[in-house]
Ligand binder design. Structure first.
Ligand SMILES: *[C@@H]1O[C@H](CO)[C@@H](O)[C@H](O)[C@H]1NC(C)=O
Ligand SMILES: *[C@@H]1O[C@H](CO)[C@@H](O)[C@H](O)[C@H]1NC(C)=O
Ligand SMILES: *[C@@H]1O[C@H](CO)[C@@H](O)[C@H](O)[C@H]1NC(C)=O
Ligand SMILES: *[C@@H]1O[C@H](CO)[C@@H](O)[C@H](O)[C@H]1NC(C)=O
Length: 354
């Protein structure tokens, strides 16, 4: 494939004009593409938001993949916010792409998570699209080489992880492989964390089986390799986020590379997320650091986790308010075949941070 190196790429342009780091996750902004727009002409690639020049090239030569990649970008936003709904930093700033706030531009722990999730999500979505027949270029994944145990046989349609990883990494790593795009340390960090995301995806491949046999006796099982849902992979990455390692860019042997800041005797591990810049506590608003603060965030008075009012509100206290819930109740089944329900109102007490 031809690598397009345009002298004045979008990335460099934004670097010069806005003196910002070139962010490798700008492509997530294509999630804003109107769902009615069919990307089926190469001219449309240039109009998609947030793509760097080499991604526009990939779009032109892989048009069929674009609806899947747009869907992947939507999955990243949704999944990131769901995974962090109980945390002070709740991934709301991912909405601001392609120009991100400092929380995602500065090489933080939070950006480490988003890069890993993005890399996992794009390959996940492509692998699943192969299986569901949405793409002409790929179909089911390869059958495992080993002979199955007695009573089991390979069948069904495996998620095409191989194709997902090849095409997904080509697209999502493209900004980091451009010559003029931010500091080398940042690029190394982003590439490492993206690879951690893809490893989490490989680890999420599990055996799925269907039973056959007389009246569900399950004497024969047909099995294939399928991927766990993205939300499960995101939970795995959240654990890695919580134990991420701070690194510095320094010479080790003949090359400069990322090494753990405090214990720099060991190299960076392949399964740990790394970051270069410490994050604030995200308690109060700070535009320079990209913190929106937790004022008016909902907290949970009975939880003792990160969504507890104590931790979420950083000791500032909280205000109760009443919320009316309207629920379906006293449901009756009518022969045959419908259900009627009444509406019941219930008031619950909720809390928001001061
Ligand atoms: C692209 O999709 C639109 C909307 O479905 C359709 O009207 C148009 O004919 C398609 N163009 C090509 C070149 O297939
Ligand atoms: C995240 O927090 C911000 C700032 O407090 C808030 O405006 C937003 O609604 C929250 N988003 C989600 C998805 O909870
Ligand atoms: C608050 O936390 C408790 C304990 O973790 C949980 O059972 C409850 O569902 C939570 N309430 C809300 C409104 O999320
Ligand atoms: C939270 O509460 C549960 C059940 O009461 C307990 O098992 C757990 O250890 C507590 N966690 C913390 C962080 O205090």
């Amino acid at each position: 494939m031809r690598r397009a190196v345009q002298p004045l790429s979008l990335c460099l342009l934004s670097l010069l004009l806005l003196s910002q780091l070139c962010s490798g996750i700008k492509w997530l902004a294509i999630s804003r593409t109107p769902s009615l727009l069919h990307v089926n002409r190469t001219q449309q690639c240039k109009q998609l938001q947030g793509l760097v020049s080499s991604q526009v090239q990939l779009c032109r030569s892989n048009l069929e993949l674009m609806p899947t990649i747009i869907q992947a970008a939507r999955e990243v936003k949704k999944t990131c916010q769901k995974t962090f709904t109980d945390m002070r930093w709740n991934c709301s700033s991912i909405e601001s792409g392609p120009q991100y706030l400092p929380d995602l531009e500065r090489g933080t722990r939070e950006s480490a998570f988003v890069y890993a999730l993005s890399a996992a999500a794009i390959s996940h979505t492509i692998a699943r699209a192969c299986t569901s027949g949405d793409l002409r270029l790929c179909s089911c994944g390869a059958m495992p080489g080993e002979i199955p145990e007695p009573g089991y046989r390979w069948g069904g349609c495996a998620d095409n992880l191989h194709y997902g990883l090849v095409m997904g990494s080509k697209f999502s790593d493209a900004p980091m492989t451009m010559k003029k795009s931010g500091s080398l340390a940042n690029k190394l960090m982003h590439l490492h964390n993206s690879e951690v995301g893809r490893q989490a995806l490989r680890d999420a491949l599990e055996m799925k089986c269907k039973c056959h046999g007389v009246s569900g006796s399950c004497s024969i099982r047909t099995c294939w390799r399928g991927l766990q849902d993205l939300k499960d992979i995101a939970m795995d990455l959240k654990t890695k986020y919580l134990s991420a390692t701070k690194v510095v860019h320094r010479s080790m042997g003949t090359r400069k590379q990322l090494v753990p800041k405090d214990i720099d005797i060991r190299p960076v591990r392949a399964n740990e997320l790394v970051y270069l810049q410490s994050s604030p506590d995200f308690c109060s608003k700070n535009d320079k650091l990209g913190s929106v603060g937790t004022q008016d965030r909902q907290c949970n008075k009975t939880s003792n986790g990160s969504d507890s009012c104590d931790l979420m509100c950083c000791g500032r206290g909280y205000n109760p308010y009443m919320e009316n819930l309207v629920e379906r109740c006293h449901c009756k089944y009518h022969w045959c075949c419908y259900v009627t329900c009444k509406k019941c109102e219930r008031t619950v007490e909720r809390y928001v941070c001061k």
